[in-house]
Design a protein around this ligand. Structure first.
Ligand code: SF4
Length: 501
């Protein structure tokens, strides 16, 4: 038995408030070896069926969060908002989309770590303030929350959620600035951390990125023969393709873009900050068919594989990716090394969110449910296995054992980024330092733990070179270096396992 929760806010959308029983958001969280992105965002201005367009965009951004999703629409008068637990396609049926009228829409898909409050914190968040109705959808994580929240509460702010995104809206509501756009700029300049946001009032859309540009946010355009262009924003450009929107440009770090009936205007609300876009977007999160931070993800990953082959090549019969995220790097590695590429592990795409009974959480069940080795291919062979990260090490060990169990003679693990030694505070759900194997063991100790014949990671310089486009781009590498671009970090999270707590 599973359940789906909807939350509709205001007027027309309230009719969708319901509880059904066909999906459980608990899923296989403890079995999932991968780091999780917290969100994907989407916005559209000037389309007669805005809700459906955002739905399609969120569908393409589903990899950025699978626990909840929401769409808010506006028609110049009203602002409707529906959020739910589950996948985009499960929540937004035709009936639900029909309750979201208007030519403007914003949307959000989210991975949440909380249980009971998950629906409450689903986005878009809508706040009714003296500045009017504002809906916001946010990708990233703010890091200077405590003081601001306390100050706002002293000033009379009433928070509906525990989400840091609502702080931005409350700052806007309490800003002394004369116009809404000034209030937004004023608010964004007060918060620190990672945010790529889209916002909507009854008649305007806003899009903005934090001054360091941690998370991606692209702007696209649909040319209309008989009227003004439709303007689109999305976390990744892959969301534009289903809409037949053309990628126009990235929203710049520190930029606030406004779309009204008069067209697109932009202002730089903050400048002078060194750029620190998340390099892990190129390693793992973003889709290879997206162009982010001025570069195609596919190109970066292909280069990571090639560089890995140059840095730590080893004789072998096959290069095998850990699907799906290791595939592009493995193709690059195989081509560079001149070793055949083979799908030696097959991923079952239908188990990602399937409920696993607690008694089945033992041993390797979760990994075996998702991945299965191709025995006839692997038997007696020397295998180079390509993956994008080792977090705790337990999943990597299960996969190495699985390949060896299928008869492989040697298993050489290659990782397409440097060792993950520090947690992320900018919107990625990393464990604390004491749980990151690379923060607490040497590469040789990790090799012994995961039982591989050899283990090598991509160098930091190698990774950064692989992610550069025509123009040099500044990246955050904090999870590989411990050097955080912002001052605010959670000290407890960065204690190693050996520290007394
Ligand atoms: Fe990305 Fe790592 Fe920086 Fe987080 S710490 S923003 S995951 S590079």
């Amino acid at each position: 038995m599973t359940r789906r929760l909807y939350q509709g806010i205001e007027g027309i959308a309230d009719t969708s408030r319901q509880l059904t029983t066909d999906h459980c958001p608990l899923s296989t969280v403890s079995e999932d070896p991968k780091l999780r992105e917290e969100c994907g965002v989407m916005a559209i201005y000037g389309h007669p069926d805005a809700a459906r367009q955002v739905y399609l965009g969120l569908y393409a951004l589903q990899h950025r969060g699978q626990e909840s999703a929401g769409i808010a629409t506006a028609d110049g008068q009203h602002l409707a908002n529906i959020k739910g637990m589950g996948l985009v396609s499960e929540i937004f049926t035709d009936d639900v989309l029909a309750k979201l009228p208007g030519s403007m829409a914003i949307g959000h898909t989210r991975y949440s770590t909380t249980g009971d409050s998950a629906l409450l914190n689903a986005q878009p968040i809508r706040v009714d303030s003296v500045k009017g109705l504002i809906a916001i959808a946010h990708n990233g994580n703010l890091v200077n929350l405590g003081n601001i929240r306390a100050r706002l509460e002293r000033d009379g702010a009433y928070f509906q959620t525990t989400s840091d995104s609502e702080i931005i809206v409350q700052l806007i509501a309490h800003s002394q600035a004369g116009t809404l756009v000034d209030a937004i700029a004023d608010s964004l300049s007060q918060v620190e951390g990672a945010f790529s946001i889209v916002m909507m009032t009854r008649d305007r859309i806003f899009a903005a990125r934090d001054p360091r540009g941690f998370r991606p946010l692209s702007m696209g355009r649909i040319k209309n023969a008989n009227g003004p262009d439709t303007i689109v924003f999305a976390s990744e450009s892959c969301a534009f393709d289903l809409l037949r929107a053309k990628f126009e440009r990235d929203v710049l770090p520190g930029e606030l873009v406004m779309v009204t009936e008069d067209g697109v205007t932009s202002r730089q609300y903050a400048s002078g900050f060194p750029q620190s876009s998340c390099v892990f977007e190129h390693v793992y999160f973003a889709r290879p068919d997206s162009r982010i931070f001025g570069r195609w993800v596919q190109e970066s990953r292909d280069q990571m594989g090639r560089q890995l082959a140059r840095e730590s090549g080893v004789p072998a019969d096959f290069v095998v990716p850990v699907p799906d995220s290791g595939v592009t790097a493995a193709l690059g590695y195989a081509e560079e090394a001149g070793i055949p590429f083979r799908f030696g592990l097959i991923r079952n795409h239908y188990v990602g969110r399937t409920f696993i009974e607690p008694e089945q959480r033992v041993r390797d069940f979760g990994v075996r449910l998702k991945l299965n080795p191709v025995h006839n291919l692997l038997e007696g062979k020397r295998v180079i296995l390509i993956d994008d990260s080792i977090i705790r090490g337990t999943t990597s060990r299960k996969i190495v054992r699985m390949i060896r169990g299928a008869g492989a003679k040697e298993v050489h693990l290659r990782i397409s980024c440097p060792p993950t030694i520090s947690p992320c505070f900018y919107g990625v759900d990393t464990p604390s330092k004491r749980d990151l194997i690379a923060a607490n063991k040497s590469v040789e100790e990790i090799r012994q733990f995961i039982e591989a014949d050899s283990l090598a990671y991509l160098s930091l310089d190698g990774l950064l070179n692989c992610c550069q486009g025509e123009e040099k781009h500044g990246y955050c590498t904090a999870c590989y270096t411990g050097n955080y671009p912002t001052q605010w970090v959670d000290a407890d999270e960065i204690l190693p396992a050996t520290a007394s707590v």
